[in-house]
Write a protein that binds this ligand. Structure first.
Ligand SMILES: Nc1ncnc2c1ncn2[C@@H]1O[C@H](COP(=O)(O)OP(=O)(O)OP(=O)(O)O)[C@@H](O)[C@H]1O
Length: 686
């Protein structure tokens, strides 16, 4: 692949991001602008009739308000809603008057914005944005707002890159766009000459491919890709890499596309007692990592004592506001509070700066790395986990000032979810002008692009997997990972019947792979219409989704057989690519088997279960398979189980979908325990 022109690349990213943001906003704002508060509450994105039960200064000096249901409307538990911790919400006054007038005024009324800190059945706690001082009084309502912070950060980053002067093209930037070759990395990594022959491994159980990847990442000058197929200990490897880099006295910024990806690393680094700071809103962090959160450290460290003095004063003032009825007095207190907040912020900034500067490892989400905390901070290496799940523009947020990057991911699993359909539509004229950039979509990750640009010599693959029985692993290994995967001894022959609790030896519990072949046309798929979509519940965009009721009944039969054998429902997951099928499965299985997990394939990426049933759904005379044709989706589906994979599908339809599907069906027919169900036996289960 030829080098990429940086301004053209940035311009293309900016237009793709713009289309994506518009697609995302149109979903949420269409609802908010066209609907009344009551309708919004019904849709699960608003809560009405609230009042403030208490107010305090929370983490990071933010005003925290606790909201509960107004006793005037009966108090008690808040009705069912879809607002979650970490969501950005608006808190607004609920206006009185006639129903119609009220609803109009409420939608227009301005309120304060904040982040949801806690949700219980009886209330919601919201940490208001620091700028907001005055809290609306009286009866309030809360509405979920669209979150465009990530886009703003990506757009700012791409605009900066677009305007880079040639002089700003550091050797690192040049390599990442193919304007220079990467510095060569020696072939024999453990040659004593490089000083890495005798590494004192913190975890001596690392396998050879993991050690090799770590040596490679230590020796590479500008970039290293660690390719971690399912269950191969990618994060495990990154932890050792971080510890080894710290031994070399390097300063690191460790990022991931989601809070959970970052917290996963914090949790695993913490026991090694290295000084780490986790940036990010405390509401969005796992409770187990809060002790490392910058906000909490600001409160608990010695340096934080000075900040606390001001905070105490602020709390007292906040409390006095609530006791004051007189408007003028209230305003005066708000004025004083504003001054105190300014001082608080100054002291806090000093304290934060000291904490961040003193920390050898800083962890943040990719977009979180674009906040003011990291302005002018320098790092020797930026490490990005789950890099093939991140948009390239997102990766550039921490990379603009970087000198070296280590990316870990698996480009053969699903890329980040994209909403804008037109991200792929390009005119042929433009395509000729610059093939490389014009062929790029938002789905093209930095991981993909670097591989295409520099070839496989910039990556190392992890080859021992610690999840799947070797029969489950066989097909994805051969098809996608060049046959390189090896199942670790501890897992390669594990079956359900060997679970550490009592499971009977049955035809299911002794089989690693089962294929229920529904061929013959008796298990037809159904295209779901809009009406069904509404019934299926909130948050499900079914569009042109498909379902297959008899296949769902077969899933139920198989789950029942497993449970009867003694397998716990919590150890079973059912995954399907179609939301409409998920809705059918929910109705059929949720109550019957409490604890069972049901999910879309896309949503189950990164997860694992002892037994996984995959419902493929598609069965039609035209042999159409839709997005089952995407092999990265199938790869995710078939690599979730540890001991038992059960595939349910129509070999006649699926087997003719794509060459990959054809080979998979042939593989299942040859190696799986093959079963042919009888549709008429299943009618009463559906
Ligand atoms: N060298 C090793 N020896 C023994 N177990 C290991 C080794 N490396 C990783 N594991 C185990 O393999 C499992 C998967 O590891 P980890 O969570 O790091 O994988 P991952 O590749 O990041 O996962 P995913 O496939 O979900 O992306 C964990 O239970 C981990 O303890």
């Amino acid at each position: 692949m030829p080098p990429t022109d940086i301004p053209t690349f940035a311009a293309s990213q900016l237009s793709l991001l713009d289309a994506e943001l518009r697609a995302e906003l149109s979903e949420t704002s269409a609802l908010a602008s066209q609907s009344s508060p009551t309708a919004l509450a019904r849709a699960g994105v608003a809560i009405l009739n609230l009042q403030i039960s208490s107010q305090r200064t929370g983490l990071g000096g933010k005003t925290v308000i606790d909201l509960e249901l107004d006793p005037a409307v009966g108090g008690g538990d808040i009705p069912e809603h879809g607002i979650r911790v970490g969501d950005i919400v608006g808190v607004q006054e609920q206006v009185g008057g006639s129903a119609k007038k009220r609803e109009k005024a409420e939608v227009k009324a301005k309120g304060v914005a904040g982040v949801v800190l806690k949700v219980t059945s009886a209330g919601v706690a919201v940490a208001l944005d620091r700028e907001e001082v005055e809290v609306p009084a009286g009866k309030l309502w809360l509405i979920k707002l669209a979150n465009d912070v990530t886009y703003k950060r990506m757009t700012q980053t791409m605009t900066r890159l677009q305007n880079f002067k040639e002089a700003e093209y550091t050797p690192f930037v040049r390599v990442l766009f193919g304007l220079s070759f990467p510095s060569p990395v020696p072939q024999n990594l453990s040659d004593p000459e490089h000083g890495l022959d005798n590494i004192a491994w913190i975890d001596p159980s690392l396998n050879d491919s993991q050690k090799d990847a770590i040596r490679f990442a230590l020796l590479s000058k500008e970039m290293a890709l660690i390719h971690g197929p399912p269950g191969t200990g990618k994060t495990h490897t990154l932890i050792e890499l971080v510890l080894q880099m710290l031994k070399q006295n390097l300063r690191l910024l460790v990022c991931g596309p989601s809070n959970i990806a970052v917290d996963n690393i914090v949790e695993r680094l913490a026991p090694h007692r290295v000084p780490i700071v986790r940036l990010g809103h405390p509401a969005r962090l796992l409770p187990s990592v809060l002790n490392h959160s910058l906000d909490v450290l600001t409160r608990t460290s010695d340096a934080g004592a000075l900040v606390q003095d001001v905070r105490k004063e602020m709390d007292e003032k906040q409390a006095s506001i609530r006791k004051t009825r007189n408007g003028r007095e209230r305003r005066a207190i708000y004025g004083e509070l504003k001054e105190l907040r300014k001082e608080y912020r100054e002291r806090e900034r000093g304290c934060v700066d000291n904490l961040v500067r003193g920390s050898k490892v800083v962890l943040a989400t990719l977009h979180g790395a674009g906040g003011f905390h990291l302005k002018n901070q320098e790092f020797d290496v930026v490490i990005i986990d789950e890099a093939s799940q991140a948009l390239e523009a997102q990766c550039w947020v921490p990379l603009l000032a970087a000198k070296k990057v280590v990316l870990a991911g698996d480009h053969l699993q699903l890329p980040p979810t994209i909403k804008s359909l037109n991200s792929k539509a390009k005119s042929s004229k433009e395509a000729k002008e610059d093939e490389v950039v014009e062929n790029m979509t938002l789905e093209t990750t930095l991981f993909d692009r670097l591989l295409a640009l520099h070839g496989p010599s910039i990556k190392r693959i992890l080859t021992t997997q610690y999840r799947m029985h070797e029969n489950i692993m066989a097909f994805p290994s051969k098809e996608l990972y060049e046959g390189k995967l090896v199942a670790a001894d501890a897992v390669k022959a594990r079956l359900l019947k060997d679970l550490p609790y009592k499971v009977k030896d049955t035809e299911d519990s002794r089989e690693p792979v089962v294929f229920w072949d529904t061929q013959g046309g008796d298990f037809p798929e159904k295209t779901e219409d809009e009406e069904f979509g509404k019934k299926a519940g909130k948050g499900m965009s079914l569009g042109e989704s498909k379902s297959n009721e008899l296949e769902a009944a077969l899933v139920k039969l198989h789950v029942r057989n497993l449970v009867d054998a003694g397998v716990r429902a919590e150890d079973i997951a059912v995954v399907t690519p179609y939301n409409a099928q998920l809705a059918v499965l929910s109705q059929l299985l949720k109550e019957a088997f409490p604890g069972i997990e049901l999910g879309s394939v896309d949503g189950f990426q990164g997860r694992e279960k002892e037994a996984v049933i995959v419902s493929l759904v598609r069965s039609n005379p035209e042999h159409e398979v839709g997005f089952l044709g995407e092999k990265r989706r199938l790869n995710v589906a078939m690599t979730r189980p540890k001991r038992h994979l059960c595939v349910i599908g129509d070999s006649e339809t699926v087997g003719r979908g794509s060459s990959f599907l054809k080979r998979w069906t042939a593989f299942l027919e040859e190696t799986a325990d093959l079963r042919y169900p009888n549709a008429s036996d299943l009618q009463d289960l559906a």
